[in-house]
Design a binder for this molecule. Structure first.
Ligand code: GLN
Length: 278
C-alpha cells in the first residue's frame, strides 16, 4: 500500500531538481486530478493500482530530467492554464514581466497587438485575458506551435486572438500594430546552460539564436519600425547580459523612451522602446 505521503517522500530521489517537493506534488495532483491543497487534506489516501502505475511512470520521466510541464502537458502562465508540448518553450514566470509592462503603456482602447514567436500563445493569451478590446495577432514559424497556440486560444475562449504561421514578419506585410512583443530565442549556441535542466528537453529553435544569441532580436528590432504605428511600442525579452546592446540597438533603429527592466531574480530581462514620430 502506497499513500500520498509516501509518494511525496520520494522527492528526495530527485536530486537534480531544485523544486523536488513541488515537482512530486504537481505529478500527484495530475494523477488524482485535484489541486495541491487536496494532497494535504488527504495525505493518508492510498493510491489504487492504476494510480500507482501512473505515478511511477510520471515519476520516472521526472527522474530522467524531463520538465514537469511536459510530463503533465500543462503550465500556468499569468494564472491561465496552458497546454504545452515538445514543440514549444515552456512559459517562464520571468516572461510575465513583459505583460506587466505592456498593460500600463499608453495605448488606444482597441490597440492592435502582435506577439512574435508566440509558442504556447502565452503572451498573446495573457494580454487577451486582461484586454478584451485589444485585437491580438500571435505568430509562430512552427506549424506545431501555431496549432498549440490556437488550441489554447480556443480553450480560453480568447476570441480576440488570431494565430498565424509566420516567419517573424513574413506573413504580415502591410499590417501595422500599436504594440509588438516578443520572447524570441536569445541563447548563444555554445552556452553551457543548454546542457542543464529543463532546457535540454526544449526545442533549440525556441532557445538558440545565431550571432551569440542576437540574430533574432536584431531582426525584430530592425524590422519592427515598418510594422509599428508612430508612437507604437516594442517590448522584447532578452538574456541577462544583453540589456546594454539591445537598448543601444533600439536607439540606433530610431526608438525613443527606451528602457531596460529586471526580472524576478533582479537580472536585466526585458527592454522596450517607442517608435518616434508621433
Ligand atoms: N529564459 C529562457 C532560459 O534562459 C530562455 C528563453 C528564450 O530563449 N527566449 O532558459
Amino acid at each position: 500500500m502506497t499513500t500520498v505521503t509516501q509518494c511525496l517522500r520520494r522527492a528526495e530521489e530527485l536530486v537534480e531538481s531544485d523544486s523536488a517537493r513541488l515537482d512530486v506534488e504537481v505529478l500527484l495532483t495530475h494523477v488524482f486530478n485535484v489541486d495541491r491543497a487536496w494532497l494535504y487534506s488527504w495525505s493518508d489516501r492510498v493510491l489504487d493500482a492504476a494510480q500507482l502505475e501512473q505515478f511511477e511512470a510520471l515519476f520516472q520521466r521526472r527522474l530522467n530530467g524531463e520538465p514537469v510541464a511536459y510530463i503533465t502537458g500543462e503550465k500556468e502562465f499569468w494564472s491561465l492554464p496552458l497546454a504545452v508540448n515538445f514543440s514549444t518553450l515552456i512559459p517562464r514566470p520571468d516572461t510575465e514581466l513583459l505583460i506587466e509592462h505592456a498593460l500600463v503603456l499608453p495605448l488606444p482602447e482597441n490597440a492592435r497587438v502582435l506577439d512574435l514567436g508566440t509558442g504556447t500563445g502565452a503572451i498573446a493569451l495573457a494580454l487577451a485575458s486582461e484586454k478584451p478590446n485589444w485585437q491580438i495577432t500571435a505568430v509562430d514559424v512552427s506549424p506545431e506551435a501555431v496549432a498549440l497556440a490556437a488550441c489554447n486560444a480556443r480553450n480560453l475562449e480568447a476570441s480576440n486572438v488570431r494565430v498565424l504561421q509566420s516567419d517573424w514578419f513574413g506573413a504580415l506585410r502591410g499590417e501595422v500594430f500599436d504594440l509588438i512583443l516578443s520572447n524570441p530565442p536569445y541563447i548563444s549556441e555554445n552556452d553551457e546552460h543548454l546542457n542543464q535542466g529543463d532546457v535540454r528537453f526544449e526545442p533549440a529553435t525556441a532557445l538558440v539564436s545565431a550571432k551569440q544569441g542576437y540574430a533574432d532580436l536584431e531582426k525584430i528590432i530592425e524590422d519592427s519600425g515598418l510594422y509599428l504605428n508612430a508612437g507604437g511600442w516594442l517590448v522584447v525579452e532578452h538574456g541577462f547580459q544583453q540589456g546594454e546592446k539591445i537598448t543601444a540597438l533600439m536607439r540606433d533603429n530610431g526608438f525613443v523612451e527606451v528602457s531596460l527592466h529586471q526580472d524576478l531574480g533582479g537580472n536585466d530581462r526585458a527592454s522596450m522602446g517607442r517608435k518616434n514620430g508621433y
